[in-house]
Design a protein around this ligand. Structure first.
Ligand code: ASP
Length: 336
């Protein structure tokens, strides 16, 4: 029997058309299939579905992640792989979130989109869709991960980041090499692929939104730090820190974090640098963070850090377990 792929359309530039005012807006899925007629000749079956609301990915939220996860859960046994058509703006967040939500994934879930709508002559969408479908349908080279295929590269989803608002190669994975690269053939780096520990595929749909990112910058005020840490119901904060995890040593700053930690708020130290890793205690400027219980994020991206926090706070029974699991690689998102 032929392989089958389910294409899940969520929105994004790839399917957009210009309205009368020249503004790009999401359009319906049938336009997408019409735009790539050669897909009718492939050796695998392509079925498609779309979300209850088609969105620009700037409107992505936890509810929509749960909807995508639910579709994959419902259709898991009927398909060999899944392609999620998604806007590029928050694609790395969705890929990261799905990687945590889909435990023991045994089939490819490939996210893709484009910088120019499919209907435009120079669109990058055709190549991205065709490559993503080929990877999702390839049984022999099964990559059972949530990944992003963009401009000839397949990246682990939770290692990816959107780094260009202009170029066709809009994504990068600074701390982990591509899982595959497409040229005349698609060349897979199978030794880099993470395979599931068991066949017990499980979908988690509960994510906890009581999280924040505290981005440090020289001159950050006490008022701003307190406003974030005093947010009602706050349960987790990603501290977007300098270099190898460094932060101001001023008393008021460490006190504010220390009080937050004592209240049970989980603090996760993630570097603003695009590559490299956090080493708490390497400098005096991160020593105190370790002392007050801040957890180091190693080389995790901000996108993976915030979604990992949402996932763990939504599914763990206590804060100590959250802290322990933040330090571990759950889906290949960090190099420990
Ligand atoms: N704003 C669009 C989105 O993320 C951008 C894109 O798809 O490239 O939905």
């Amino acid at each position: 029997m032929n392989n089958a792929v389910l294409m899940i359309y969520t929105g994004g530039t790839i399917g957009m058309v210009q309205n009368e005012q020249g503004v790009l807006q999401p359009f319906k899925l049938d336009r997408i299939s019409d735009a790539v007629p050669l897909l009718k000749n492939v050796s695998y079956r392509i079925d498609s579905c779309q979300l209850s609301a088609i969105i620009d990915s700037s409107d992505m939220c936890v509810k929509v992640w749960a909807e995508i996860a639910q579709i994959i859960e419902k259709e898991y046994d009927r398909y060999d792989g899944f392609v999620v058509l998604h806007g590029t703006d928050t694609m790395a967040y969705t890929a990261s979130a799905l990687s945590f939500m889909l435990e023991n994934l045994g089939k490819p879930v490939v996210l893709t989109g484009s910088q120019l709508p499919l209907g435009m002559l120079r669109s990058d969408g055709r190549g991205n869709i065709v490559g993503a479908l080929e990877i999702a349908s390839a049984q022999k080279t099964n990559i059972p991960e949530v990944s992003i295929y963009f401009e000839d590269k397949l990246y682990r989803g939770n290692r990816s980041t959107k780094f260009s608002a202009q170029n066709f190669d809009a994504f990068a994975s600074f701390n982990y090499p591509p899982l595959a690269t497409a040229g005349i053939d698609i060349s897979y780096n199978k030794h880099l692929v993470l395979y599931p520990e068991s066949t017990d595929f499980k979908v988690y749909k509960a994510l906890n939104e009581n999280v924040a990112v505290l981005t440090l910058f020289p001159g950050i005020s006490q008022k701003l730090v307190n406003a974030i840490l005093d947010t009602p119901d706050l349960e987790g904060v990603v501290i977007s820190s300098y270099g190898s995890g460094n932060a101001p040593t001023e008393g008021w700053f460490i006190d504010a974090l220390s009080k937050a930690s004592e209240k049970g708020i989980v603090l996760y130290d993630v570097t603003q640098c695009k590559s490299g890793t956090v080493r708490i205690g390497q400098y005096a400027t991160s020593y105190d963070l370790g002392r007050i219980g801040v957890v180091g994020g190693y080389d995790i991206t901000i996108e993976a850090a915030i979604t990992k926090m949402m996932f763990l706070l939504g599914n763990c029974s206590d804060r100590e377990q959250v802290k322990q699991l933040l330090k571990q690689s759950l889906r290949g998102e960090i190099t420990v």
